[in-house]
Design a binder for this molecule. Structure first.
Ligand code: SF4
Length: 132
């Protein structure tokens, strides 16, 4: 049987395993799903921001958003689905901003675009792209 939600984020998890119908904290399945999406979105932001930083580029707006996004996820203080949906839309914007930052830094450091590096890759690995 499909569960309405699954969250094991905190020590209040139902039966010490996870909340599956409604959170003991009051989180409902809709909010749980939105917050799960927020984590996936933040992973995307983090990948690009981390790779950009390895190339010497950073964006304080992206960094601040990461903190704000994680705070949204890890604290049980905001169960407003509209507000969380707005933060998700902002998360997508930040992911695109971080991607642009990474691609620009890649171009500057490697002297070619990331796209051209990928296009020229036949039997190589992602490691080759990173090492240029
Ligand atoms: S955060 Fe809420 S829904 Fe998640 S495990 Fe804790 S009590 Fe359950």
């Amino acid at each position: 049987m499909e569960k309405a939600m699954f969250c094991r984020q905190c020590e209040q998890a139902a039966q010490g395993v996870g909340c599956e119908v409604m959170g003991n904290c009051g989180k409902n399945p809709q909010v749980a799903a939105l917050l799960d999406l927020m984590i996936h979105g933040l992973e995307g932001v983090a990948v690009y921001a981390h790779r950009a930083r390895e190339l010497g580029a950073k964006d304080p707006e992206v960094d601040r958003f990461m903190l704000d996004g994680l705070f949204t996820r890890v604290t049980n203080v905001n169960f407003d689905p509209e507000d969380i949906a707005g933060r998700l839309r902002r998360c997508y914007q930040m992911k695109e901003q971080a991607r642009s930052l990474f691609e620009k830094a890649y171009q500057e450091r490697k002297g070619r675009s990331l796209r051209s590096s990928i296009a020229g890759l036949r039997h190589g690995s992602l490691r080759e792209i990173r090492q240029g």
